[in-house]
Design a binder for this molecule. Structure first.
Ligand code: GLN
Length: 543
């Protein structure tokens, strides 16, 4: 029978519940347990696909085409597993199901209520996700006290009764403030959040204090006392130089033994050897590589968290730390910044995106990289804009564009995929999830992947228009990856440059710290090489 660990958060949102959940998962999985996750997002959206990445961060795409919360990305990167849409539950999904059932007549004669109908649906989904696992870790998004979160907290409260105390464990993660002047830890807000949780009928078994520096014995004692816990059940999740260190700091404080004992789990001895290698790579990465990520949602680094991680995975695997500058390309358009400054970077990445804002600036960046042989990686939107740039400036197709950005363009080099033309609703209707990509032998892509068939995750509506394939290829753009039917361009590259590659898929979702994704690894390696050669470069930059 699976055991359940529920992770709640207090005091502030984004307190690091996802990292703690993933770390506890790691701690259990190195002991040989089968661990899975569910992220609960209490918002009413059915999935993350329609949320604004500015405020909610990246949409993480799963193999089965789920548009999910970015925490699923952390679970995948920490445990090297694959999640699915089943691993992300929202209020929208739960209510849609309950209401559909009510309309079908499944509850005939009953008054449909949050308790029991909504909470039953939540519990059923959690139990379905726990099938075949030793432990399911359920992370409840938001902060204790949020109105939206209440049905979920009520459902997990009931699960303790139904599954048994010995099979359920509650971890509460809350912020502990430090007063800079005195270095004193302030635990009052945390205490209040524990009280809020108790008011809902949940007594935590473990409290994780999220703080800047390790909490001292006094703070630990206070948290234990007011949380009604032993001091052994209080853990400190303090700032670390890189996120993959968090499992180690929790393990050092005895998290693994505590959880295993409390849940009566049968486990082997922990084997940290693989993870230790990851940590060593992060600790030993001495050189730096500077990458400019040129996009629109660059204000919140979480908007591109998988991109950021994929770059870093690639970096540490070649002994370098990647320093990322997030560049808002609207600033190139308005003249606040000049693309010439990209010459100071070792590589430029144009990530995925939607809508017109900032796109002319992105096209300027791509032109600059192409003309000055700066290592370039384009992702999805980045591929589409690379094709637009090439069409305009190499093929002489003036005004070429994507119909997403200018429906009236004389040269729609990027256009809606045929099956998208009849789509009216925007939620969950893109080309989503894992699809096979065939790689053309003898290309850069083939050298990178060393395979002719790969599986990659997608999230797009537009593609390279067939009618322009001929001219683009004649002028030197190489299509090095296709869909299996040969009808869809998946990878483009420019062999005139040392490294100029763009993918219609999102390779970052598959990157792992111990296994960097080949496109990212190739890109960061090219950037690293450029840095080393930079001293010798004398050719002036072209505009
Ligand atoms: N907006 C583009 C499309 O829908 C690119 C999407 C993306 O970058 N994920 O095809």
């Amino acid at each position: 029978m699976p055991k359940y660990i529920f992770v709640t958060g207090g005091v502030v949102s984004s307190v690091g519940k996802g990292t703690v959940a993933a770390s506890v998962g790691k701690i259990l999985s190195v002991r040989g347990l089968r661990v899975g996750f569910v992220k609960i997002d209490p918002y009413v959206n059915v999935d993350a696909g329609t949320l604004n990445p500015f405020s909610h961060g990246e949409v993480f795409v799963t193999d089965d085409g789920g548009e999910t919360d970015l925490d699923l990305g952390w679970y995948e990167r920490f445990l090297d597993i694959k999640t699915s849409r089943q691993n992300n539950i929202t209020t929208g999904q739960v209510y849609a199901e309950v209401i559909a059932r009510e309309r079908r007549g499944d509850y005939l004669g009953q008054c449909v209520q949050i308790v029991p109908h909504v909470t039953d649906e939540i519990k059923a989904r959690l139990r379905a996700a726990a099938k075949g696992l030793d432990v399911l870790i359920v992370e409840v998004g938001g902060t204790v006290g949020d109105i939206e979160g209440q049905p979920f907290l009520e459902a997990i409260r009931q699960m303790r009764l139904e599954e048994g105390v010995e099979n359920t464990l509650f971890i509460h993660v809350a912020l502990v403030l430090t007063l800079k002047a005195t270095g004193e830890f302030k635990t009052k807000a945390l205490q209040h959040s524990v009280n809020a949780l108790r008011a809902l009928g949940i007594q935590p078994d473990i409290i994780v204090a999220r703080c800047e520096t390790p909490i001292d014995t006094e703070a630990r004692r206070k948290i234990a006392l007011f949380g009604t816990l032993t001091e052994k059940a209080v853990f400190s999740s303090h700032d670390v130089p890189y996120i993959y260190k968090v499992p180690a700091i929790l393990e050092e404080q005895g998290m693994g033994d505590f959880v295993v004992e409390r849940l009566g789990l049968n486990t082997g001895r922990p084997d940290w050897s693989g993870w230790r290698r990851v940590m060593e790579m992060y600790e030993n990465a001495k050189e730096t590589v500077r990458i400019a990520v040129c996009g629109k949602y660059t204000k919140l680094a979480d908007s591109y968290v998988s991109v950021k991680e994929a770059l870093q995975h690639a970096g540490v695997n070649i002994g370098a730390r990647v320093v990322i500058d997030w560049v808002n390309t609207e600033e190139f358009e308005s003249g606040v910044r000049n693309v010439l400054e990209l010459g100071g970077y070792d590589g430029v990445l144009v990530p995925g995106g939607f809508g017109r804002r900032g796109t002319e600036g992105m096209i300027q960046c791509i032109k600059f990289c192409r003309e000055n042989n700066i290592p370039f990686l384009g992702i999805c939107f980045g591929l589409q804009l690379s094709v637009v740039e090439f069409a305009r400036h190499v093929c002489g197709l003036e005004g070429a564009n994507s119909t997403e950005l200018n429906p009236e363009t004389p040269h729609p080099v990027i256009d809606l995929m045929p099956e998208q033309k009849k789509v009216r609703e925007l939620g969950g209707t893109m080309r989503l999830g894992a699809e096979t990509v065939r790689i053309v032998e003898g290309t850069l892509a083939h050298r990178l992947y060393g395979e002719t068939e790969i599986l990659q995750r997608h999230r797009h509506r537009y593609e390279v228009s067939r009618q322009y394939w001929d001219i683009l290829q004649r002028k030197g753009l190489v299509f090095s990856g296709f869909s299996p039917d040969g009808k869809r361009v998946e990878i483009v590259e420019n062999p005139s440059n040392t490294f100029f590659l763009a993918t219609q898929y999102h390779p970052e979702y598959l990157s792992r710290p111990s296994r960097p994704e080949p496109a990212y690894l190739g890109f960061v390696t090219a950037a690293y090489n450029r840095r080393r050669l930079a001293a010798e470069a004398t050719t002036p930059l072209k505009m």
